[in-house]
Design a protein around this ligand. Structure first.
Ligand code: GSH
Length: 215
């Protein structure tokens, strides 16, 4: 199996990058500097016509959407056991959470960061206000789910949901209410950030913010 991840440090690609590192399988990476606008280079648009990261080239075919990529990798690498298998007790909760993160939280994050680019700048403040409400509601919901002291979101073990949730939580760090302000979420995040794969991920992406030693 052959993988090449097109990524930008700290972007949605980070969840996929984390999973690839955690699985310990061979893969290549290619930096797409979105601050420099390189996601709109013609060569990259051939791979990803929307001009977004991530793209994961899987056995020569470019594939998109971070959530779908996490689910695809879990399916292609059952030995890594990073998703409950079909028919198992935790499968429904996993599907529900993956879709919730993709369908509710990721679009709200997009709106928070890109309101003035994706839409009319004159309406950006209103879009951001609604996005912030949705993001904080999601933090409430995740925090409530973690109140029983669990270390992982689903099934008592690390799964794709944790990669995605923690990377999204990282994006709240400069928002008015960062995720670390929710008590159960904070304990959970610190546990996940202690994983060797997360530490390695930050090193490989050159990220020096939002690590356990930083707060
Ligand atoms: N739903 C997509 C969202 C991808 C996305 O919006 N990526 C951002 C970075 S986190 C991006 O490519 N931004 C550059 C741009 O839109 O120009 C996914 O989850 O993969």
């Amino acid at each position: 199996m052959d993988y090449r991840l097109y990524y930008s440090p700290g972007a949605a690609s980070m969840a996929v990058h984390w999973m690839l590192i955690e699985m310990g399988i061979p893969f290549d990476v290619q930096l797409v500097d979105i601050d420099a606008g390189n996601q709109r280079n013609p060569d990259y648009l051939q791979l990803n016509p929307a001009g977004r990261v991530p793209t994961l080239v899987v056995d020569g075919a470019p594939r998109h959407e971070s959530t779908a990529l996490l689910m695809l990798l879990a399916e292609r690498h059952p030995e890594a056991a990073l998703a409950p298998v079909p028919g198992s007790a935790d499968r429904a909760a996993w599907l529900e959470l993956m879709i919730y993160l993709a369908n509710t939280l990721l679009p709200a994050m997009r709106d928070w960061f890109y309101a003035d680019v994706d839409g009319d700048p004159a309406g950006a403040a209103g879009v951001q206000a609604l996005a912030r409400r949705r993001i904080e509601e999601a933090c409430d919901q995740l925090d409530a789910g973690l109140a029983d002291g669990r270390d992982y979101l689903i099934g008592g073990k690390l799964s794709t949901a944790d990669f995605l949730a923690v990377v999204i939580m990282r994006w709240t760090r400069n928002m008015p209410r960062p995720a670390l302000g929710w008590p159960h979420l904070a304990r959970y995040i610190r546990g996940l950030r202690a994983l060797p794969s997360f530490i390695e991920l930050n090193a490989r992406e050159g990220l020096t913010e939002w690590r356990n030693q930083d707060d």
